[in-house]
Design a protein around this ligand. Structure first.
Ligand code: ATP
Ligand code: MG
Ligand code: MG
Length: 445
């Protein structure tokens, strides 16, 4: 993809916009590469997302910047100040759990015109965090904090910015890094690239003034830890501990975002997180993010996709997906179905699926209890919370602001949420994968 219209061939050591010295690659996506850079102006470290140059990518980046500008601008409004007080998150008054753009610029490369977007340097995305827990799910108290913070991010986007993210999923929620992770970036960079850095390297060079104040306050309150940890395992344990202590997450990647009153495409969302109206060609609004959000929260907690549709011999991935949804939340209303442009592809005019006839209802609460060994008193409020978003019709879903009032989000931290003895009973989870989740089609009968 490093060709005309593609990625800019970034070289370590080169300077963007006379100011940002490239030190290391941080990541990449379908549309961009992300680089760890030294801002020589302010003697700080930043992350720069460099968009591919082809015209459609370039104009998509312009739309992304418009959204990112709005995210920065509206943080200072009275309305948001009041909300943040209600949510009791004083540390996050300046971020609203969305990644903020600090600067942007354009430049000509050998493959065309590119846009660079400058952000603070972040740490693991939530997919990586799930991996840290071997895909068994993130412990409930930590997952709850992540769920609460990302929901605040969505409330801010929807209500204050009029923005729909359209690609909510674990990869697009990213953790604030701890100082150790940040300093490790620097260890892997050869010294001769670090000549532009003035004075000794300090962790404060990664953060804004305000964030530095917060970090200082946190440090004062933190208990002392044991030293001399070396093995990979120790490192993972350390990272998990840090999650436990001070976890902070932000929504990122607004590259597919759109305005509530101005959509760019009807083709949105990543498959597993795609809402029913998008699959069926109905009208979507900001509540499509809440559908994806519910799928993401389930996944953070269990380590499994909520919906993992597959193509089968006798039906398409989309048929399979719709059947999964019916099994979880029941059938859609015929009147609503008929408002969706593509409904005839999957349903008869009487509202029966054309390819899949039998649906075994398995409600969310029962899944949490039967498949994931949740205690009833934990499964009940969690299922109730998620079901506020898992509704066919947009108008039946609660808004992010309303969901933030749900008691599940403020339940006390309890690590003892699984039925006793279920912790090491691996077999149960695996066997159940093929149990009632499977829909029976007419041919198989
Ligand atoms: P996608 O294919 O998901 O649309 P994209 O090209 O829009 O990707 P992003 O998702 O914004 O790009 O970024 C790609 C990856 O780079 C992220 O998943 C993340 O791992 C990493 N990344 C992005 N921003 C930062 C940051 N500020 N600090 C550290 N890493 C980052
Ligand atoms: Mg992404
Ligand atoms: Mg993107």
């Amino acid at each position: 993809d490093y060709k005309e219209g593609g990625y800019h061939p970034v070289h370590i050591g080169e300077t963007f916009n006379k100011r940002y010295r490239v030190l290391k690659k941080l990541g990449f996506g379908a549309f961009s590469t992300v680089w760890f850079c030294h801002d020589m102006f302010h003697n700080k470290f930043v992350a720069i997302k460099v968009q591919k140059s082809e015209e459609s990518y370039y104009s998509a980046a312009e739309d992304e910047i418009e959204i990112l500008d709005k995210i920065v601008d509206n943080i200072k409004t009275e309305e948001w100040k009041e909300s943040i007080e209600e949510y009791n998150e004083p540390n996050n008054i300046n971020s609203a759990h969305c990644l903020h753009m600090m600067d942007h610029f354009t430049f000509e490369g050998p493959h065309g015109k590119h846009i660079g977007m400058v952000f603070e340097v972040m740490g693991h995305n939530l997919l990586k965090v799930m991996k840290l827990y071997d895909w068994d799910g993130i412990p409930l108290p930590i997952a709850r904090t992540l769920a609460r913070q990302t929901l605040i991010g969505l409330d801010y986007l929807h209500r204050l910015c009029n923005v729909i993210h359209t690609d909510i999923k674990p990869e697009n929620a990213i953790l604030c890094p701890n100082e150790k992770q940040l300093m490790e970036h620097l260890d892997t960079i050869p010294d001769h690239f670090k000549t532009s850095i003035q004075g000794p390297i300090q962790s404060s060079m990664f953060f804004s003034k305000e964030q530095n104040k917060i970090n200082k306050r946190k440090k004062k309150n933190k208990p002392k830890k044991k030293e001399n940890k070396n093995t990979e395992e120790d490192k993972e344990e350390d990272e998990k501990k840090i999650l436990d202590e001070s976890v902070q997450v932000k929504l990122c990647d607004f590259g597919n975002g759109c305005w509530i009153d101005h959509h760019f495409t009807s083709n949105i969302q990543t498959r597993q997180y795609r809402s029913p109206e998008v699959i069926l060609g109905g009208e979507y609004n900001e509540t499509c993010d809440l559908w994806s959000y519910a799928c993401m929260v389930f996944e953070l907690i269990t380590g499994d996709y909520l919906f993992h549709p597959k193509k089968r011999d006798d039906c398409s991935k989309e048929d399979d997906h719709i059947a999964f949804i019916i099994e979880l939340i029941g059938k859609p209303e015929l009147k609503w179905l008929k408002q969706c442009k593509r409904y005839r592809k999957f349903f008869t005019t009487r509202g029966r699926m054309k390819k899949i006839f039998h649906h075994k209802i398995w409600k969310l609460k029962e899944i949490l209890i039967d498949k994931y060994c949740f205690k009833e008193e934990e499964a009940e409020p969690l299922a109730d919370f998620l079901m506020q978003a898992l509704q066919w019709k947009n108008e039946d879903r609660k808004s992010a602001q309303e969901m933030l009032r749900h008691p599940w989000l403020s339940m006390p931290s309890n690590y003892d949420y699984l039925v006793e003895g279920s912790d090491d009973d691996e077999s149960q989870k695996e066997d159940d994968d093929t149990a009632s989740w499977v829909t029976v089609s007419s041919d198989e009968e």
